[in-house]
Ligand binder design. Sequence first.
Ligand code: GLA
Length: 471
Amino acid sequence: MPFYCYILECQDGSFYTGWTIDLVKRLQAHNSGRGARYTRSHLPVSLVYYEELDNRADAMRRERELKKKNHNSKQKLINSFNETLESPLLKAIPDASWLVISPGRVNFLGEHVDYNNGVVLPAAINRYVKLAIKPHGDNTVTLHALDLDASVEFSLKDLDHKRDVRGDMLPDWALYPASVAWAYQKEGFTPGGMEAAYMSNLPIGAGLSSSAAVELAFAEYWKTIGAWEINRMRMAEICQYGENTYVGVNCGLMDQFAIAHGVARCALFFDTGSRTWQPIPLPLNTAIVIADSTIRRKLSASDYNLRREECQQALVLIQQQKHNICSLSDVLPKDLEEIEGFLPSVLMKRVQHVVEENERVKQACRCLITDDAPGFGKLMVAGHASLRDLYEVSLPELDALVNIAIQIDGCYGARLTGAGFGGCTVNFVEWDQVENFSNTLIDMYANEYGMTTSTYICSPSRSVHIEQIGE
Ligand code: GLA
């Protein structure tokens, strides 16, 4: 029987060290307040490090050793534990002095409402883009996208033309980092030159915001190095501005917000209209399983921009009749009947989705606060039906994944996550059933539809952050 010595990260960023024979059960015990006095008053906690040892005595000895280490040494140990992504990066840039860790995001509810001033409920997740950087004095950026096996060099003096130093158009993937530098310049800041490499364990183009994670990684670096006084919301807005204007994808603020504000074990309630937000812990004994349909979409080429235009058209028509409406999120459920009288049916479906989705998000927050996992799951399923029937951004493969998931024991709810048109579903599952759930979903999807899916068990993570490395 293996014994483990482990480190937990508590909600305030402090560490707790312990030993156990069952990591999963022990983590559950901590998170339900039965672990230790310290963790009970610092909940929720997440597992960030463990070592496997042969016997109890060794595990206890190692626990004593780790307990003596200070916070920084523990952080280093955790970093090396996460090295799977870092070693290729450090091989590419051996004298890198900064490492940025930028999470992806999943959205539980509140889809396609962030560009309508609505309320959303995403979380940053523990799958990351990692970026290693060596700053230099030139005005150029040399980038290596290790996952794509591609490199590019562009000048920070001439970003408007979207060309590399040889005069060729920048490849699509490089537009995201370039957009951040460009947007910072528009705000009057001066990002510096660098050689950088990045890679990710987030599936790319799968609706988990790998692009926003790249943007925020660069944004966090330039902001930190420049000691610019920009708060996290502003940093997210600058990235969104770059993506909208420079890359040409008309995204809302949800993804950049979630990556800039993530809190371990928490969903993030975010009112995109007032820009206020609040972390809400997920119920104990629940887990997030992401299922990848493996169908890839390209947001700029999809109907995403068309949906935004439809919302805008609907808003103009509604404002002609109802002067107090500034955004679709000002429409109340009781107004829908009247609006149906004058809106074309397609626009009506879009508006109904936005109005009801905002309501679902508010109800979902109440479910989280009262630990009502089944209630939360039902709202997710209703959200999926609305995305499928009213907003029309689902695909048969995503519908199939959801339909299968909700038949499996321990699944509270499932829905597509992100923009749709491909990508992933998010499943909200009883902790003890996670493995069985994942395996059954994979098998049933293969047997009934002849399709393959891969699943990722995730937990909500802290926001983008930067560490000094080397020396
Ligand atoms: C994409 C966009 C977000 C949001 C979602 C849909 O992820 O980047 O701003 O609009 O789609 O909810």
